[in-house]
Design a protein around this ligand. Structure first.
Ligand code: IFM
Length: 537
């Protein structure tokens, strides 16, 4: 069955211009049917914030008193996050090999606007000024990723000294700025040579990946103590192998399951390789998560929401913590399709030292057992699931929709501050109160430098987004969640995957014509928050 996103990607990139998807910058005051549904799920029994607010309040918004009273603990790690392919550029410099994203973006028609990450934010050369800006904004943590093909151009073998040198210099610059370096080992840029050997569905990649992780820990582990093996493993396996929205553009559910299983094995192998190479290492995660709210209070919808949570939120977490997969499927997990072998549970098991996850938006989930056919899922951007009417696949049998009750960002994601409270408290409950790092959260708005604001970037909607969401996070902390950091996505506007330069998530505006950086109003605001641990600044 054809997926909706192909219709868009099949158009030449020149026809898919920035900003044409939807007019999303609106406030929606109309309460829609999902509001009631949102209250029915996720345990805890508390009412959504909107229900406690005044009648005229925007659905999902947080009362200003909660914002004013919010306080974060002394030593809280305020940070930002980026990813190598999205910011570095220098795509073929100093011996770097080709990645699957180089191949994808160099294929006509794949990226909106026809842009590539060849130059991106030129972080490869401009990192000293970017770290100086992070310092100016009182940052305490910087989450960056390493490009595997910069370290091992063909995915295996002797490391490329010039690639290692770059990350040595970067880590030194981060530390000199008084910031904690937080390393994501893999944020989607697989060496093309490994895709040519079968990609993630090939379980040999678990071993190659563990070697790569061990090289990093050996060379950088004297200074980096915080490691996340994979950024959003569900997303890159599903979008790359399950529905083909991302490279390597395969759409086969079996390939997705195999890829996901290799990644679970790789996660476990990598944890052991990192710890063997660096005694200072702590290992956690950077999973993408969306709190799942059952569409109705029916048992079937609640069970579907639980399957969504198992598949999209905790599949890899459960594998690491307990050496098993959670109940994501109707019936037994399709072990054969996954390529699961006896003994794999021991390889997967690698209890994490802390749990990291992102929060952007939420999902409303319903049962699709009665669906006559399966849509196979369809995605735009990195987060938006569209047209789930038929249910996603024949194994999980749920529909997951993104509600539009709250306002939408430019990328079309619903703003729902309460979601972070629900998600953080749920993970805390389910995993015995682990240390939590919020590894990403943010919003795309296209505000630009404005001459009437003396060239500054007045991006009030982003400030509001963070203010309300962080107020909800502070409530979760007050209620006992052991959250020690928050990383805004992103330090800089950057290359937004298949959306190219058409989305801007940064606290710092980047003019891609000359690489000029301008700190947005939200960046200055976030700097004051970082300096004071409060939101009314
Ligand atoms: O830009 C992405 C990032 O790479 C992964 N998480 C979501 C961000 C915004 O879409």
């Amino acid at each position: 069955m054809a997926h909706a996103q192909w219709a868009r990607y099949d158009q030449p990139a020149s026809l898919r211009t920035c900003g044409s998807i939807k007019a999303m910058n609106r406030r929606q005051f109309v309460t829609r049917s999902a509001a009631a549904a949102g209250a029915t799920l996720l345990g805890g029994g508390s009412r959504p914030a909107a229900a406690t607010a005044g009648v005229d309040q925007i659905p999902g918004s947080v009362p200003s008193q909660t914002v004013e009273q919010a306080r974060f603990p002394e030593g809280f790690l305020w940070g930002t996050a980026t990813a190598a392919y999205q910011v570095e550029g220098a795509w073929n410099e100093d011996g770097k090999g080709e990645s699957i994203w180089d191949r994808f973006t160099h294929t006509v028609g794949k990226v909106k606007g026809g842009t590539t990450g060849d130059v991106a934010c030129d972080e490869y050369h401009l990192y000293p000024q970017d770290m100086a800006m992070a310092k100016r904004l009182h940052q305490k943590s910087y989450r960056f990723s390493i490009s595997w093909p910069r370290i091992q151009p063909s995915g295996t073998g002797t490391p490329n000294a010039k690639g290692l040198d770059y990350y040595n210099r970067l880590v030194d610059a981060i530390l000199e700025a008084g910031i904690r370096p937080f390393c994501t080992i893999y944020h989607w840029d697989l060496p093309q040579a490994l895709e040519d050997r079968g990609g993630w569905p090939n379980r040999d990649l678990a071993g190659y990946y563990a070697d790569y992780a061990g090289i990093l820990a050996k060379h950088l582990g004297d200074r980096i103590t915080v490691w996340a093996p994979f950024n959003m493993p569900w997303s890159f396996t599903y979008m790359g192998y399950g529905v083909g929205a991302f490279p390597p553009c395969r759409s086969n559910y079996g390939d997705f399951l195999k890829a996901a299983h290799t990644v679970s094995l790789a996660q476990g192998e990598a944890l052991r390789a990192i710890k063997a190479a660096s005694s200072k290492a702590t290992v956690g995660s950077a999973y993408g998560m969306c709190p799942a709210y059952a569409k109705t209070d029916s048992e079937a919808d609640r069970a579907a929401a639980a399957r969504y949570h198992a598949m999209n939120n905790v599949y890899f977490l459960e594998a690491a913590m307990h050496g098993r997969y959670p109940k994501a499927f109707v019936g037994e997990p399709p072990y054969e399709l996954m390529g699961f072998r006896p003994g794999d549970e021991k390889i997967m098991r690698a209890p994490l030292d802390w749990v990291g996850f992102h929060y952007y938006t939420r999902r409303i989930v319903s049962d699709a057992m009665g669906a006559p056919s399966f849509g196979g899922g369809s995605f735009a951007g990195t987060e938006i699931e569209q047209d789930s009417s038929g249910g996603r696949d024949p194994y999980t049998r749920f529909r997951a929709a993104m509600p539009t009750e709250g306002p939408l960002t430019e990328a079309g994601l619903e703003v729902w501050p309460r979601g972070i409270y629900d998600l953080v408290t749920q993970i805390s409950r389910e995993y015995n109160h682990p240390i939590i790092e919020i590894t990403e959260s943010g919003c795309s708005y296209l505000d630009t430098p404005y001459d009437k604001a003396k060239g500054g970037v007045p991006d009030a909607r982003r400030i509001e987004f963070f203010r309300e969401e962080l107020a909800e996070l502070s409530r979760a902390i007050a209620d006992g969640a052991r959250v020690r950091s928050f990383h805004a996505w992103s330090l800089l506007d950057n290359f937004e995957w298949a959306e190219g330069h058409c989305q801007r998530y940064g606290l710092i505006y980047v003019d891609y014509r000359d690489q000029k950086r301008t700190i947005k109003d939200s960046g200055w605001w976030y700097g004051r928050v970082s300096a004071s641990n409060r939101l009314d600044v």
